[in-house]
Design a protein around this ligand. Structure first.
Ligand SMILES: [Zn+2]
Length: 557
């Protein structure tokens, strides 16, 4: 016989057994505490730049478990005690985690924090940190990044300002912030030379990383995968583009800020070509076919040169198409295609598509993939092709290009000219010091006996024995860089030697004049642009660049 509804209801225990008013109040109090905690965690994970989604899910699971413990454990006292212990454990765990990510002042539940709370200085009434804005930072939405209201945000703002101001004032090209255990390393690249700053506490380093991520609109939760964003910085009416990159490593999340200043508008006349070279480059740029191959060791200004060459072409009259791995540098009126690594199409496929649009000029700033050089050499019959590869010197560049194209006859036919370059630091015009080199040096350099040269000044000290540093260059004696170039046109001799292959090529190059990088650099010593020491530094042989690897090759190349 089926059980009737009445009988079923009769089996339900008397509700007064389970619900008494004080139990309800206790459950409500625990729930209210949990809600406050959940709200705070949601906001705090963003503020301290930690895993927001994961922590929110954890807090939700905690809420469900707590509720379960209170409702379903038969002995109410035991259930609520277990729930309270669990809640406290998770809350404490979170506090320890987030305290590890912030500077001392922003830690919570420390003696100092509780003291502040008790004396009424905490929370809303807290005195705001004094912060100065040296550099105006503009976000991707073109709106200025404003000074935050909370002290944690203000501190991150101040730290980021300090490191950015330091870099911009010294005309740095990159800022690196890298975690290393309890500390963070801060490094600037100034004129291609690394300048390490004193390490800062890890929490401050992380605050700087967090500031740049937030300002550039990057995901704060993503701390592992590479992210890229853009900002603009203005200091004394001078504008800079900032490319912000973050990426996780085993040590933690690291930050690289690339600073783009004047080079965003460089044309060929700004690079350091001699007048004679500049005339030849202008003529070459007017031609309608053939490959112009630029070569340099890594981080010696190769992409800056190719972008400057691109800007020097007439973008109104010509259909110019570029294909690159990044679109950091934007050039007006030029169609810039971006290759996305790991996407559906290979770089080669993308290049094929570009060639089908009937361009007048194809520009591939960096060649990394197999199959690309043969295609570039092949298509250069109609459009002009401008491209770059890493190489140790001019001969090495030519040899590499021949091996990459895999057809020396095609190279001999299609190559129009090859360039090689290095970057030399320019002497600081404020503090450079004239001197007369000794006779032996002058003779070695085939310079006249009365030749005056320049170099960084001797170290100067004030009456307290403190070093007096030049304001303009920070005491390095150098400020800015200039390209030193050699250039070889593929004339009949060279063509023949390339097609023949083997040792003949080197012999032909030896006979050509103007191919000595050192001679070209010494010309810049004679006119006072740079020093002999700098020429020795930049023209010494460099290590073999690594074979094509499509990841790095970014910073300052
Ligand atoms: Zn100086």
């Amino acid at each position: 016989m089926p059980i009737t509804a009445i009988e079923l209801l009769a089996q339900v225990p008397d509700s007064t057994v389970y619900v008494s008013w004080w139990k309800l109040v206790l459950v409500f109090l625990v729930f209210a505490g949990w809600t406050k905690f959940a709200e705070w965690v949601d906001k705090d994970t963003v503020a301290v730049n930690t895993y927001r989604v994961a922590w929110n899910l954890g807090v939700l699971a905690l809420g469900a478990t707590t509720l379960g413990l209170m409702l379903f454990v038969p002995i109410f006292g035991a259930g609520i005690a277990a729930a309270a212990v669990l809640c406290l454990a998770v809350m404490l765990g979170y506090v320890l985690h987030r305290n590890g990510l912030v500077v001392e002042h922003d830690k919570v539940l420390t003696a100092e924090h509780i003291g502040r709370l008790l004396s009424g200085k905490g929370g809303k009434g807290e005195k705001k940190l004094e912060v100065h804005e040296f550099v105006r930072i503009t976000g991707p939405d073109k709106k200025p990044v404003t000074l935050p209201d909370d002290n944690e945000g203000r501190q991150a703002f101040a730290l980021a300002q300090a490191v950015l101001f330091d870099a911009l004032r010294r005309m740095g090209s990159d800022i690196f912030v890298q975690p290393a255990g309890e500390a963070s390393k801060v490094r600037l690249m100034i004129d291609g030379v690394a300048a390490d700053r004193d390490p800062i506490p890890r929490a401050e380093g992380d605050a700087i990383v967090g500031f740049f991520k937030r300002a550039a609109g990057l995901s704060l939760e993503e701390r592992r995968k590479p992210q890229v964003g853009r900002l603009m910085a203005t200091i004394a009416d001078k504008k800079f583009d900032l490319i912000v990159r973050t990426q996780g490593s085993t040590a933690g999340e690291q930050l690289v800020v690339r600073i783009l200043g004047d080079e965003r508008t460089f044309k060929i006349g700004d690079l350091g070509f001699t007048d004679e070279q500049l005339g030849r480059v202008r003529d070459l740029l007017h031609e309608q076919h053939g490959v112009l191959l630029f070569t340099a060791p890594p981080k010696q200004g190769l992409s800056t040169t190719i972008h400057s060459v691109t800007r020097s072409k007439d973008a109104f009259l010509l259909n110019i198409q570029t294909l690159d791995y990044d679109d950091e540098i934007r050039i007006d009126n030029v169609t810039q295609h971006l290759h996305v690594p790991g996407g559906e199409r290979s770089f080669y496929d993308d290049l094929v598509r570009v060639t089908r649009t009937d361009p007048d000029v194809i520009i591939v700033p960096t060649v990394k993939d197999r199959g690309v050089p043969p295609l570039l050499a092949e298509v250069a019959k109609k459009p002009q092709v401008i491209t770059g590869i890493h190489a140790l010197d001019l001969y090495d560049g030519l040899r590499r290009w021949i091996s990459m194209v895999e057809d020396s006859k095609l190279v001999a036919r299609g190559l129009r000219a090859i360039f090689h370059q290095r970057l030399a630091r320019k002497l600081c015009t404020t503090c450079k010091a004239a001197y007369k080199p000794d006779a032996a040096t002058l003779q070695k350099l085939s310079m006249p006996a009365d030749q005056v040269l320049y170099r960084p000044p001797e170290a100067q000290f004030d009456k307290h024995g403190q070093p007096m540093l030049c304001e303009a260059c920070g005491g390095s004696g150098y400020s800015g860089r200039v390209g030193v170039f050699v250039l070889l046109e593929n004339d009949a001799d060279v063509q023949q030697a390339i097609a023949a292959g083997g040792d003949e090529l080197k012999a032909v190059l030896m006979k050509k004049s103007g191919l000595s990088l050192q001679q070209q650099a010494l010309a810049k010593v004679l006119d006072g642009t740079t020093s002999i020491d700098e020429v020795i530094r930049v023209t010494r042989p460099v290590q073999q660049p690594r074979a094509a690897a499509p990841s790095s090759a970014k910073a300052a190349s």
